[in-house]
Ligand binder design. Structure first.
Ligand SMILES: Nc1nc2c(c(=O)[nH]1)N[C@H]1C(S)=C(S)[C@@H](COP(=O)(O)OP(=O)(O)OC[C@H]3O[C@@H](n4cnc5c(=O)[nH]c(N)nc54)[C@H](O)[C@@H]3O)O[C@H]1N2
Ligand SMILES: Nc1nc2c(c(=O)[nH]1)N[C@H]1C(S)=C(S)[C@@H](COP(=O)(O)OP(=O)(O)OC[C@H]3O[C@@H](n4cnc5c(=O)[nH]c(N)nc54)[C@H](O)[C@@H]3O)O[C@H]1N2
Ligand SMILES: [Mo]
Length: 837
């Protein structure tokens, strides 16, 4: 059973609380006027992606950081480094790059990332941003202003930097945005064609069902013990607790992954090692075997799917003369024929839940693996049952943890578009009005492009690309405003990306730390961390388990300001009207936080007397310094994905063209793409072990780092626990290392035609031969020749789309060479401040 925590009967315990001043209880007080002051000595509750935290404060400094509740035996080290998140690597003042300050019209963009910064006053910086933004808008139009600003920012529904930026760019006249994301670029586009929903961000069959009904759990290309350390809002931590229960159960676990992951080790799983990017072939071999063995649920295929016959013809070689049988599959994926057959039969003979991660769809032709997985699962016929089928989000944000009955808080919105005439603000466009603003809104959709095409777009304005059945023409971007993300680290092929980032006239970044992206800016605004401001968040993403106060713990560091304040202040330069539109007539952060809380409160009041978790007033909640915990309902504990469709496929059709699961898509056929056909297809990736050569014999996998959130926390002393000779660790098989004369702890150079990085060798049998793993998110640290001294994986990856359908990134597809580094060892400088004047 779920760890049922004691109910938080806040109302009942409130009277014993001495710390609430009586005025707090009064009605109709503006929240921003209710200040309890900062705690100088004591404890404060806040939250981060890595969970609800309890911070201990001594003499106004955070000295300790722990999880607010201990749910599992596993430690989550990300929770302990809050002091470093406040005090290390901070951007303390506003800065402007020297040439930009001297002449913003000829700012020498080729010097970005190399040149000194000049410290300026906050007011000067604000005025400069407003002036240059206006200039770009007037001379180049709205399509020259990029506000896509992808990134994981910090938790919090109010201080949501990306939305705050977009709200600001909207009110000042609009911007160019992006579609999709880096996480599930391929799957979120293909899945709607296949099952009518995106799947990747959806609640999964309840863990309670799995523990009761599954005989096998297959973890296919996922490392939930690592990736469940965080969540988009804030983790409720229950996903890890369920994996602990899985370990205690009799359920057998199989991990299919080139790496023996932490999860595989923890669960004592059977480890199957396909060559990277060949899972589609492996699944096709299994499918052929099931057909040969007559272990196919034809009734399921008949009732719930369309197009199996055409796919079967492809398997049998009727399209291309190649039989995709077990032998064929084995030659491609490197797994012996017997194992492929065994796996297929185990899946068919037992209630089997296949949990797939997303790494394998962040690969060339990344649309195929999950499409093929669904096809295989249709043949097994277990979709919609309590212990079988597939799930694409058990490894992420605690999918499968039952949804709680409670209130859901509101959040800041991107707002409405400002209408301007002859440089004057005329008010806000309402989305449903057919005025000029709404027109732009429609046009702006035309200018947004798939997020992972950013470098391509910057380098090739006006280029037209195919995307998901339509054509997109890149805008001519000349002004970038980035907040809450680290694109110089997160985007593929860093050397090309750096060239792209030297194209626009202006780049403004709000950052907390001197990240590689901050160092590439023209104007850098020092931003508070979430520990220096008030906010509020839910946890769990799917479970909606808690409402957590995120209380300011310390004073802002140096001259750092909240994103909300920075944007409000730029709006002021535009005029009072714009400021009022942005801030809803001067609302402070705390007023908005109270509004968001109250929208949840209102929902729970409608549940009536019987509701188990009554919410107190905002003022009581805030003063109490404790999260609210909601409880799951009986229905959600027993919830099964796809069950309605399975019970009645005619009444509860899927959102696909046919209403059924589409193994063959007539719509995709009409697109007539050479790189994404009408049914799951095996395509050779651009780089894989099948075309490895002497120069670059290894397939590089760039998994998500267990001890960071991407690049976040890289600058903390947690880094000291995993680096090798100060560098990002690279996992290499012992036999491969021996051949190359590389020993555990050696400094190595990893390279290909796109770039080179230094890394520290971790020699191990936890990775298959021919594959190396360098996790994404290491801070890019180029020397004068472009060698990354720290080991940022994207220096080596390919900046190419998955296909014309989804245009996702392919960060798990690339070949590299690796050798012992024998030259003079350069010092890592990624975590040092840039040169300033
Ligand atoms: N090779 C390779 N590359 C990958 C991936 C991969 O698997 N392999 N994965 C991709 C995926 S799935 C993702 S999601 C991306 C992640 O890429 P990002 O989301 O860009 O990575 P983060 O390191 O989380 O960057 C967040 C930044 O926001 C800053 N920040 C935090 N809070 C605030 C705030 O309140 N205000 C402001 N102004 N800034 C703030 C942080 O300091 C940090 O620099 O990486 C992608 N890149
Ligand atoms: N601690 C921590 N947790 C995180 C994140 C983080 O940065 N740190 N990032 C979060 C985000 S934004 C996202 S999008 C998710 C990402 O979640 P995922 O996309 O699932 O994570 P990855 O690490 O990219 O890949 C998962 C596994 O796939 C394996 N793999 C790679 N290529 C292949 C292949 O071709 N075939 C097979 N079978 N396996 C393959 C890798 O070895 C790895 O073990 O994680 C989230 N959780
Ligand atoms: Mo992601």
């Amino acid at each position: 059973m779920l760890d049922r925590r004691k109910f938080l009967k806040i109302g009942a315990t409130l009277s014993t609380l001495p710390l609430i001043p009586s005025f707090v209880m009064g009605k109709n007080i503006e929240a921003s006027k209710v200040s309890l002051g900062l705690v100088k000595n004591g404890e404060v509750i806040t939250a981060a992606h890595w969970g609800i935290l309890k911070l201990t404060i001594k003499d106004g400094k955070v000295v300790k950081s722990e999880p607010w509740e201990k749910i599992t035996k596993m430690d989550n080290p990300l929770q302990h480094y809050t002091p470093d998140m406040i005090y290390k690597c901070r951007v303390k003042y506003p800065y402007v790059r020297k040439s930009y300050l001297e002449n913003p019209d000829h700012p020498k963009p080729e010097l970005r990332g190399k040149e000194e910064f000049v410290r300026v006053s906050y007011d000067e910086a604000i005025k400069l941003i407003a002036k240059e933004l206006k200039k770009t808008r007037n001379t180049k139009g709205t399509s020259a202003i990029f506000g896509g600003s992808y990134g994981w920012k910090s938790s919090g529904n109010m201080q949501n930097s990306r939305i705050l930026l977009q709200r600001f760019l909207n009110v000042t006249g609009g911007f160019v945005g992006v579609t999709g994301d880096y996480s599930t670029g391929a799957s979120q586009i293909i899945m709607p064609y296949v099952v009518g929903s995106i799947e990747v961000y959806e609640q999964q069959t309840s863990w309670e069902n799995i523990l009761k009904h599954s005989k096998y759990v297959v973890i296919w290309g996922a490392d939930p013990l690592s990736t469940l350390r965080i969540a988009w809002t804030s983790t409720d931590q229950r996903g890890l607790a369920y994996f602990e229960k899985l370990k205690e159960s009799k359920i057998k676990v199989i991990c299919i992954d080139p790496v023996k992951t932490e999860t595989a080790k923890f669960l004592n799983a059977k480890w199957i090692t396909p060559r990277p990017n060949t899972d589609v072939a492996l699944m096709m071999g299994m499918a052929s075997h099931l057909i040969a063995k007559k272990k196919v649920n034809y009734e399921f295929l008949q009732n719930y799917t369309t197009g199996f016959d055409k796919f079967k013809a492809y398997l049998e070689g009727q399209e291309d003369g190649i039989k995709k049988d077990v032998k064929w599959a084995s030659q491609i994926c490197g797994i012996d024929e017997k194992t492929i057959k065994n796996l297929a039969e185990i899946f068919y003979d037992n209630p089997t839940m296949i949990m797939s991660g997303w790494g394998m769809q962040r690969a060339h032709h990344g649309e195929q693996p999950h499409w093929m997985l669904v096809t295989l699962c249709c043949m097994l016929g277990q979709i919609g049952t309590k212990g079988g089928g597939f799930g694409l989000s058990y490894h992420y944000s605690n999918g499968g943890v039952p949804t709680c009955k409670g209130g859901i808080i509101g959040g800041i919105s991107a707002g409405e578009l400002g209408i301007w005439k002859n440089g004057k603000f005329k008010g806000l466009a309402k989305a449903n009005q057919t005025n000029k603003g709404a027109e732009w809104l429609q046009n702006s959709a035309k200018y947004s492009f798939p997020v992972a095409r950013i470098a391509d777009a910057l380098l090739n304005p006006g280029k037209t690309i195919d995307h998901n059945g339509s054509k997109i023409t890149y805008p001519d971007i000349d002004f970038i405003y980035w907040v809450g993300g680290n694109p110089l680290v997160h985007h593929q092929d860093t050397n090309t990306n750096v060239k792209a980032w030297r194209k626009p006239r202006t780049i403004v970044v709000n950052e907390i730390y001197w990240t590689p992206t901050a160092k590439m800016a023209d104007i850098i605004m020092p931003t508070t961390s979430s520990y220096e401001r008030d906010d509020i968040t839910m946890t769990g993403d799917y479970s909606n388990m808690h409402i957590a106060p995120m209380k300011q713990a310390v004073e802002p560091i140096a001259e750092s300001k909240d994103d909300y304040v920075i944007f409000s202040d730029i709006c002021k330069v535009y005029g009072k009207d714009v400021f009022n539109a942005y801030t809803q007539n001067g609302k402070k952060a705390k007023d908005l936080i109270k509004e968001y809380y109250n929208s949840a409160l209102k929902q729970t009041k409608n549940f009536g007397e019987a509701f188990a978790t009554p919410m107190p007033s905002f003022e009581e909640f805030w003063a109490k310094n404790e999260p609210i915990t909601f409880e799951p309902s009986i229905e959600s504990l027993e919830w099964t994905r796809f069950t309605d469709f399975i019970e009645d496929p005619i009444l509860n059709t899927l959102g696909t063209d046919s209403g059924l699961i589409e193994i063959y898509s007539e719509t995709i056929k009409k697109y007539n793409y050479d790189d994404c056909k009408a049914h799951p297809t095996w395509f050779e990736p651009i780089e894989w072990l099948g075309n490895a050569n002497k120069e670059t014999p290894f397939h590089l996998i760039t998994s998500h780092p267990r001890n960071r959130l991407h690049s976040q926390l890289c600058h903390t002393s947690l880094r000291d626990t995993y680096t090798v000779k100060d560098r990002e660790p690279i996992l290499i098989n012992s036999k491969d290392a021996k051949k190359l004369g590389i020993k555990n702890g050696d400094l190595v150079r990893v390279f290909n035609k796109r770039g080179e990085v230094l890394a520290g060798a971790v020699v191990s049998n936890d990775i298959m031969q021919g594959v190396v793993r360098l996790c994404e998110g290491g801070w890019y640290d180029p020397d004068e020749n472009g060698l990354c001294k720290y080991g940022s994986a994207n220096v080596l990856t390919i900046d190419m789309p998955t296909s014309k359908l989804a245009n996702g990134n392919i960060s798990h597809t690339s070949l590299v060479g690796i050798e012992k580094f024998t030259q003079n060892i350069p010092k890592v400088t990624a975590f040092k401040d840039p040169k300033t004047l």
